[in-house]
Design a protein around this ligand. Structure first.
Ligand SMILES: C[S@@+](CC[C@H](N)C(=O)[O-])C[C@H]1O[C@@H](n2cnc3c(N)ncnc32)[C@H](O)[C@@H]1O
Length: 369
């Protein structure tokens, strides 16, 4: 039943995930990296399978050297299991785990999965392993996603004595289920673009959190490997109601927030916050006063770039800029190129990523030369 993939190392097979609606851009970026790339959708506009004429390690090296902006997650496909057809009355609808796990573990697909994991993979005793299972929306299943994970966990414990963990794994087993197949791959977390399942990074919403926008800056800090506690003073352009400002204050920075709107009253009591209620285009900022400039204005990208250019004198040399760039008509590459070109004399692009918390936008990380 299981189909062993071509192991002569001449091709490798992958599942890529982007934010919904941006798979075209992710595939386009991958095509620029690999000639001879073949792809097909597993979930329209979001999850796709591709294969390249290159071994796993070599392909990873190329992707890591030139990380695609729209690739949110990557998993290798080492093995495929053909799934048994589902009877109409057995179907497990989305989000419902009606079939008890004891019954599910006898299912032919799960037995095949257990056998494959036990026979094909070796883990060291005590190695920390996370099992991440995803499925395409709306596909018929005679067992739940949870029972797939339980099956894999059981094999890891019983046969391999590996330790299963939720976060901080040494290796990740990724399982992706479509109507007729199950795709399995093992990788190190850093090889998956994101170590979160499907790149869907989840932060816990706090009591009294000012805005969901805070998650965008939190994610940018994580994705670009920044540590805001290392900065001293920031200017936040388009700061209201204050999600980004609240994070920077929590990290111990002095923050100057600029907005025509109002900030959350709870923040206004913070002595480290200076709020300037003004149009950002007419604000006057001191020369080299900040080591961090953040901007989340939802403006046309050319206007945002122009605004940053006018205010860059306020940033110290070597200072950091984090900016959300709105994608106009999905012309993503052109938008980023034009944006960076406007700022290039003074700033150097360090990273560009459509974050999980970005919608019709992406986030850039730049440094002042
Ligand atoms: C997406 S919201 C920012 C959310 C914010 N990052 C947070 O975490 O709460 C965009 C903000 O830009 C502000 N804005 C738009 N045009 C502006 C302008 N010309 N000057 C100052 N602020 C402006 C809006 O008032 C709005 O509060």
């Amino acid at each position: 039943m299981e189909t062993q993939l071509d192991t002569n190392n001449s091709r490798s097979k992958w599942i890529g995930t982007s934010n919904r609606g941006f798979a075209v851009q992710a595939v386009e970026e991958l095509r620029r990296l690999f000639t001879g790339l073949k792809f097909s959708y597993l979930m329209p506009a979001e999850v796709f399978m591709f294969d390249v004429p290159m071994a796993k390690e070599e392909a990873l090296e190329i992707i890591n050297r030139d990380m695609p902006m729209f690739l949110r997650h990557l998993q290798p496909v080492d093995h495929e299991i053909e799934r048994a057809a589902v009877d109409g009355d057995q179907q497990d609808t989305e989000g419902q785990d009606e079939i008890a796990s004891e019954d599910a573990s006898n299912h032919v697909d799960l037995k095949a999965l257990a056998q494959l994991l036990a026979e094909q993979y070796t883990f060291e005793a005590g190695e920390k392993v996370t099992v991440q299972v995803r499925k395409s929306e709306g596909i018929p299943m005679a067992y739940s996603v949870a029972s797939i994970r339980e099956t894999a966990d059981r094999v890891l414990h019983e046969k391999i004595e590996a330790e299963t963990v939720v976060r901080g794994a040494d290796r990740i087993i990724s399982i992706y289920v479509v109507e007729d197949m199950m795709f399995i791959g093992v990788s190190r977390p850093q090889e998956n673009v994101s170590d979160w399942s499907g790149g869907a990074i989840r932060f816990r919403k706090e009591d009294g959190q000012v805005s969901r926008a805070k998650f965008k800056l939190l994610e940018a800090e994580y994705v670009f490997s920044l540590d805001f506690t290392q900065y001293r003073s920031a200017v936040d352009l388009g700061a209201a109601p204050g999600g980004w400002t609240s994070l920077l204050l929590e990290r111990g920075l002095d923050v100057t927030a600029v907005d025509t709107g109002t900030m959350d009253p709870a923040l206004m009591k913070n002595p480290k916050l200076k709020f300037i209620r003004k149009n950002a285009s007419s604000v006057k900022l001191a020369e080299h006063g900040f080591d961090l400039m953040v901007c989340d204005m939802s403006w046309h990208p050319k206007q945002t770039a122009g605004l940053l250019k006018d205010l860059l004198h306020a940033l110290k040399y070597g200072g950091t800029v984090i900016v959300t760039v709105k994608l106009m008509n999905k012309k993503a590459f052109q938008t980023v190129r034009d944006f960076v070109r406007i700022l290039e004399p003074e700033l150097q692009l360090q990273g560009a990523k459509q974050l999980f918390h970005n919608r019709e936008e992406l986030t850039l990380f730049l440094m002042k030369k």
